[in-house]
Design a protein around this ligand. Structure first.
Ligand code: 9YT
Length: 129
């Protein structure tokens, strides 16, 4: 059994900061679970273009409010505590944080650790690294 606590991740290389968000990576590929699990804070007032071409992601909102805009369809979905969105088709999207948002995120394949978005909102496929 693996036990990790958020407090043990804070301030380590498992706390990854980007311009619009901070991702606290609780479980990564090295845990051998087949997914990674992140506690992620999205900064208020930001819009992030994201396109996980190499990963599937599910996101569960536990605090805050915002909108996910699906680029292909033009659909917009209100996100609030208790809402999950799953990018089952590698959906290119905009995440618009009206307030600070606190999310629990799961990635398949699991992230390795240091990934941040490239200029197209993509994480590299490090699963063979
Ligand atoms: C919701 C979302 O995708 N935010 C970007 C950060 C990502 N969830 C991560 O690496 O934790």
């Amino acid at each position: 059994m693996i036990i990790h606590r958020l407090q043990d991740v804070l301030g380590t290389d498992r706390e990854v900061r980007a311009e619009n968000w901070t991702s606290r990576r609780l479980l990564l590929r090295d845990a051998g679970m087949g997914f990674s699990l992140h506690d992620t804070v999205i900064r208020a007032g930001t819009t992030t273009e994201i396109h996980y071409q190499n990963h599937l992601e599910a996101v569960y909102c536990i605090e805050g409010r915002g909108v996910v805009h699906d680029v292909a369809s033009g659909n917009r979905y209100e996100i609030e505590p208790g809402t999950v969105y799953a990018l089952d088709e590698h959906d290119k999207h905009l995440l618009i944080a009206e307030t600070e948002m606190h999310m629990v995120c799961v990635f398949n394949p699991p992230l390795v650790g240091p990934e941040v978005h490239d200029e197209n909102g993509v994480y590299p496929a490090l699963s063979e690294a």
